[in-house]
Structures are given as structure tokens and as C-alpha cells.
Design a protein around this ligand. Structure first.
Ligand code: NCN
Ligand code: DMD
Length: 338
């Protein structure tokens, strides 16, 4: 499916983002004020209910249909010894997702979500970003469109995640390019590399920025040069979701890094995004801060594959259950506070 005809269509969409439905948010806020609890006593659950109301355009938003999309891609930079696992694990884990044996299978089932697995050209790893661009323009556009294709009518909340051996190196390069700072601030243990592996990651990021830094003029070009197929797909899904006012939950470090180039071009892009959690990956806290996203959870997770998003979706479910299901002071004949 071609959602974005060409890169100009992608740029155009990013430049003209729809806003949430303020009428629905106001109606939801009025309802919230009438519910049998002290004002504000459900804390962030109340913020989540208003956020969902605004993007769904409903006073009583719902999370009945939750879709989890996990994108997978392979990375040429893996050849530099930047991961604790070999690249074939990406395809092997895709097989595991499909046969139901991965963490995300269990966690998606636990939150009642439908799981969609989108491997993108796993037999064609991206170029090594330390040596050249990750993708050609048509490859990057195709990956962005693979992401956009998971958006369909009837979804209440979209959870995004990824699988790709070596993708924390690409994600670190995106962060260093877009947000600045030393390569060493953005690289972490990923799947579990040792100190020498972290040094190799930092060196790969330095080489990538030296090569591409001056040419990353916009989000598309930054994703094309430094990203990966699953990363570009996440960026495409986030942007296409926004055009449908579909709220999105971002999983870990790699998902945040996919959004960073978009946010540099238009900071409003994070408006329809929730950050599920702050992962254990070294740069994630700094990245979320830069994106202005407050994570719902801090569980020291660093798995990826939308696992943190599936856990955090339970919080959204809880927020909407309270917002939609509680009695008002009038209905319950409870005296409201002064
Ligand atoms: O979600 C995260 O923050 C996260 C942090 C570290 C690793 N991962 C996962 O591990 C893989 C990338 O790690 P690496 O070491 O191969 O770069 C990729 O499949 C990610 O889903 C994910
Ligand atoms: C086993 C394994 C599972 C994963 N799930 C997401 N990223 C992963 C990386 C590895 C190595």
C-alpha cells in the first residue's frame, strides 16, 4: 500500500498535523469533574482519559480494539560487532512471534490486543551507516509505507514496537544527529554487549555522523541515512496515525529514536503519542526528555518488540474504565466537595 506517494507527501503531512478534538476534551473534562472522586485524585489516569478523548473525538474514549504492530528489519552495521546476538536472530524472532512464543505474544494476549508482525526485507540488511546511507530513497519510502499500512479504521489505540539486531546503534546515531551530544551519551548495552561492544557502538555512531551529519537536512533524509527499515516504518506509522487522529503508544528507545527526526521538523508530532516506559537503554531517559514525553512506567525493561507498550496499555485500559464507568456525584447521590 502506498500511503505516502513520495517523500514530498511525507514532508507535507509532517508540516500540517491535525490537532486533537478540543470539544471532546472539554466534554471529557466536564465529565471527569462530575465523577465520584476528589478532583485530580486519579492523577495521570485522568490525563490519559483526556488525551484519548481528544484524539478519538469522544467524551468517553475506548480501548476495546488495541493493535500491536511489531516491525522488523536487519542492519548492515551489525557486521561491526555492535550487538550481543547475530543478525539471523531477527528472522528467528519473527518466526517466534508468528508461532506465539515471544514475550509480546504473552503480553499482547494479557492486554487483549491484536498482534501484527511486519518483517521488512529481512534478507536485505540496510547499508552500514558508518560507510554509507542505510537505505535508498525508494527503500526508505517503502519502509515508511509499510508502517503506515498498519493503520486501519476501528483501531482505538496503536502500540508500536520493533525487532532488529543492531538497531540500538542506528537509534543512537539518530539521537546524536538530531539531539546533539557525544556518541557515548547515546549508546548503551542493547541486547547485552560488554564495554568493548559499547566502544564499537560509539565508534560506529561517530563514523556515521562524520559521514552523514551535514546531509541530514530533514526527517526523511535523516531516517534514510541513519535509520533502518523497522525504524522508518515506525516513523511512517506515527505520522499516518496522526493523520487519522489515532493515538499511539511508543515502546522503547528505538521507537523514540524513530520519532526524534520527525520531532525536529515538527515538535507537535508527539502530541498523539504516549511513551510506554523508560527502558534501561542508556540514552532513553534523555531522549524522552527531549521529546517532552513522560513515560508511564519505569520497569528496567530493555526487550523491545512492543513489550513495554503492551504492559502500559493496561494502564490506558484502567484509565478509560474509570473515566467511562464511574458514577457521577448526582447519579450516586454523593455530596460533591467545595
Ligand atoms: O526497547 C528498548 O529500549 C531496547 C533496548 C535494548 C535492546 N532492544 C532490542 O534489542 C535489539 C537491539 O539490540 P542490539 O544490541 O542488537 O542493538 C532489538 O531487537 C530491540 O528490540 C530494545
Ligand atoms: C532474543 C531476542 C529477542 C528480542 N526481542 C526484541 N529484540 C530482541 C533481541 C533478542 C536477541
Amino acid at each position: 500500500m502506498t500511503f505516502f506517494r513520495d517523500r514530498a507527501a511525507f514532508d507535507q503531512a509532517l508540516a500540517t498535523l491535525p490537532a486533537p478534538d478540543e470539544g471532546a476534551m472539554e466534554a471529557a473534562a466536564n465529565r471527569q469533574a462530575s465523577l465520584t472522586k476528589p478532583a485530580g485524585s486519579l492523577g495521570r489516569l485522568e490525563d490519559i482519559a483526556l488525551f484519548m478523548a481528544g484524539w478519538q473525538g469522544r467524551e468517553r474514549p475506548r480501548a476495546d480494539t488495541i493493535r500491536v504492530a511489531v516491525f522488523a528489519g536487519n542492519h548492515g552495521v551489525a557486521a561491526r560487532g555492535v550487538s550481543a546476538f547475530p543478525p539471523e536472530v531477527t528472522a528467528q524472532m519473527v518466526a517466534n512471534f508468528r508461532s506465539g512464543g515471544a514475550a509480546i505474544n504473552a503480553l499482547a494476549a494479557a492486554c487483549g490486543a491484536e498482534l501484527v508482525i511486519v518483517p521488512i526485507d529481512l534478507d536485505r540488511p540496510t547499508g552500514d551507516i558508518a560507510e554509507g546511507p542505510a537505505m535508498t530513497e525508494p527503500e526508505c519510502l517503502a519502509a515508511i509505507n509499510a508502517g503506515a499500512a498498519v493503520i486501519q479504521p476501528g483501531i482505538d489505540l496503536l502500540l508500536l514496537g520493533e525487532m532488529g539486531i543492531a538497531n540500538t546503534t542506528a537509534a543512537a546515531a539518530l539521537c546524536a544527529q538530531v539531539l546533539g551530544g557525544e556518541a557515548g551519551q547515546w549508546v548503551g548495552r542493547g541486547t547485552g554487549v560488554d564495554a568493548a561492544g559499547i566502544d564499537r557502538k560509539a565508534e560506529a555512531v561517530r563514523l556515521a555522523l562524520a559521514r552523514h551529519g551535514a546531509h541530514c537536512g530533514d526527517a526523511f533524509e535523516t531516517l534514510r541515512r541513519l535509520g533502518g527499515r523497522e525504524i522508518a516504518a515506525i516513523a511512517g506509522a506515527v505520522l499516518a496515525a496522526r493523520l487519522s487522529r489515532l493515538p499511539v503508544m511508543l515502546d522503547g528507545f528505538i521507537c523514540g529514536a524513530a520519532v526524534a527526526p520527525l520531532a525536529r521538523d515538527n515538535p507537535q508530532i508527539t502530541g498523539h503519542c504516549l511513551a510506554a516506559h523508560c527502558s534501561a537503554e542508556a540514552g532513553h531517559a534523555r531522549l524522552l526528555d527531549a521529546l517532552g514525553l513522560e513515560p508511564l512506567l519505569r520497569l528496567n525493561m530493555r526487550l523491545g518488540e512492543a513489550s513495554g507498550a503492551a504492559v502500559a496499555a493496561q494502564i490506558v485500559r484502567s484509565a478509560l474504565a474509570a473515566h467511562g464507568g464511574m458514577a457521577t456525584f448526582a447519579e450516586a447521590a454523593v455530596a460533591s466537595g467545595r
